[in-house]
Every structure is written in C-alpha cells, then in structure tokens.
Design a protein around this ligand. Sequence first.
Ligand SMILES: [Zn+2]
Length: 244
Amino acid sequence: MPDRVPLRLTTSWDDGHPLDRRVADELARRGLPGTFYVPRHNVEGRPVMAAADIRALAAEGFELAAHTSDHVRLPGLSREQARRQIEEGRHWLEDVLGAPVRGFAYPGGHPGRWGRALAREAGFTYARTTRMLCLEPGPDPFAMGTTAQIFHHGLPALLRNWLRHGGGGGRLGVLSDLRSGAGLPAAMAVLFARARRQGGVLHLWSHSWEIEQRDLWAAFDDIMAMAADLVPADGRLTNEGVSR
Ligand SMILES: [Zn+2]
C-alpha cells in the first residue's frame, strides 16, 4: 500500500454571528481548526458577536479575521468606499483583539474590481473568496479558494460557481461528488474519499446562521466527525496556515 498522500484541513465561518460559539465548541471538541471572519456590523441585519466573545474564540486558538466593517459587498462600491470598508474592518478587529489581523474574506465572496489590491494595501497577507470545488487554495493569496460549503447547493448554484470562477476540468470532480449521495453528509463522504486519494487542502466553510436556518446542525456534526477521522492533527490548519 502506498503511503497516504498529504492532506490538510481548514475550515472557515463567515459573518461573526453569535451562533459561531456553537460552531467553535464543536470544532474544539474534535480538535479541528477554524477561522472566523467577523464584520463590526452586518447591514444584512444579522447580529454580530460581542467583543468579549470574539476575544474568547481567539484565546481558544481559533483564527479571527476581517470581513469589512459593515459586511458590504465590494463590487457595488467605489474604490474609496471599498478601501474604507476593508481598512476600518481590520482596525476595528485589531482593536478588539489587541493583536494583528492577517486574514480577510470578501463579503459575498467576490473581490470586485479593486478588492484584491485593496486587501493587500490594507496589510492583509491573504483573502478568501467563495470560489468552491478546489482542493488547493490556488496561486493567488488574495483569491483563496475553498472546497465546499456546508450547505446543500443545487446543481445550478454549483455550476454557476464553477463557471464564474473559470470552469476547468479540475473542479468538476468535486462538483460531481457534491451532487452524489443521499443528503449532505453522504455527498461529503464521497468528496472526502476524493480528498484522501488526491491530497491537497480540504477547505470547508459556511455560516452558523445558515446552519441554524436550514436545520443543518446534525449534518454539520456528522461532517466534522468525518473530517476529524480523515485528517491527522498535523494537517489541521487555520486559513492563514494554508495561505503560506
Ligand atoms: Zn459574509
């Protein structure tokens, strides 16, 4: 039998909703890593964790990273508005944590025209998109890709994600995995078998509020149990860890 190919695991959680606490507890229970992207406010109307709760996650070893000041999608903004959202989000979170913040995620997943340059200028070392279906973060640290959202996307949404981010044969295998099996954990099991064969970086992400809204906590629990079985402790990294 050949040695197992190297496989790393990272997870990310957007929007800083108070239910991120529940996600973090589950990750901690299984020794899994997590990066939490937190805005100061959310113009979409959802609550954001209190400063003390954000600090508690950081103290537990999770990565806390920026997600703009007000959770505004960058493609609709002027360059100056986008710059302000990105920089103010970073400064606010650094004040909350009393520590440098290196990571950023684009609200809605898309950098727009200026987002990548502005994220770099603001001092971040990487920025995550919502490009899915990847088993590597990709060559551009300001366009980090992901593997799969913990959410049961229909085929049209997956195809849109595949096309919008350049298509290409390499991501179709993951797309077909996510449409196989009965239910989300079964599809993830097929994807995880591919990750075990191919190696790379398995990047799972979602929103805690969406897991609640879609009643996906049991699926989330099953998927995290499988992830913990799949990836040894030395392959479990934050988003910043896989960006290097
Ligand atoms: Zn978001």
